[in-house]
Design a protein around this ligand. Structure first.
Ligand code: SAM
Length: 222
């Protein structure tokens, strides 16, 4: 119980965000100036919805936030947020159509995380698979010059994400927000200046497919 009732938890409650993770996005934005009025933002792994709410505040009424998560949420969003229940590995034709309509995006966010199993290796492999799929989706739908934020559980295979990210973006920076618990293995990578190529992960994506099947099964069980 104690870990959930920290400073950021209480602040999120006071400020009416459904999750303390909102402050990670706010710190990322303060550092990299990611969110602007009128933007189209894709939020992958959006439930319960605090990143989408914060993105909507910054994007304003003329912006658009397309949010998806494998889980549903009861959060009430402003009109510029479209939330869809979707597994990023198994995107429905409705979601693909919505992606195409809302694209090109200025910013793609992925705070996706697998259900943790207690096995560090398994959790890292599943997190890596999620990041690779998020990168794949962002290459398909980002506008040239756009940005990508992705969370990963740090592990020995980080290069599998970083190598294709460096190909896809002019700059790739790492960032561990203060609001991320020190004991958490998560960190964030920010890709700035999308170069516009549609595929950067052909080989790695194949590897991911074998990992992602088990990740998706696990997510669906709980
Ligand atoms: C840390 S939470 C995101 C919190 C969110 N950014 C917020 O501020 O409210 C991670 C989310 O990733 C989602 N997720 C995990 N696997 C997914 C998948 N295959 N497709 C879509 N979402 C997924 C989980 O359901 C979970 O809601």
């Amino acid at each position: 119980m104690k870990e959930y009732r920290d400073h950021y938890f209480l602040k999120a409650k006071r400020e009416r965000y459904p999750a303390r993770s909102v402050y990670k996005l706010k710190e990322l934005d303060a550092r990299f100036h990611l969110l602007r009025p009128g933007q189209h933002v894709l939020d992958l792994g959006a439930a319960p919805g605090s990143w989408s709410l914060a993105a909507a505040e910054k994007a304003g009424a003329n912006g658009l936030i397309l949010a998806c998560d494998i889980r549903d949420t009861v959060t009430i969003f402003p009109p510029q947020v479209i939330f869809m229940r979707e597994d990023v590995f198994n995107r429905s034709s409705e979601f693909e159509a919505k992606l195409a309509t809302c694209a090109p995006f200025d910013l793609v966010l992925s705070d996706m995380a697998p259900n943790t199993t207690g096995s560090r290796c398994t959790d890292q492999a599943r997190s890596l698979a999620l990041t690779l799929e998020a990168l794949h989706v962002s290459c398909l739908y980002l506008k040239q010059g756009g940005a990508f934020v992705v969370k990963i559980f740090m592990g020995p295979d980080m290069q599998e994400l970083l190598a294709p990210m460096r190909k896809a973006f002019g700059q790739v920076r790492s960032f561990k927000p203060k609001s991320s618990r020190a004991e958490s293995k998560e960190t964030f990578y920010v890709g700035i200046g999308f170069r516009g190529m549609k595929t950067v992960t052909p080989v790695v994506a194949d590897t991911a497919v074998s990992v992602l099947d088990s990740a998706t099964d696990a997510s669906l069980k709980t």
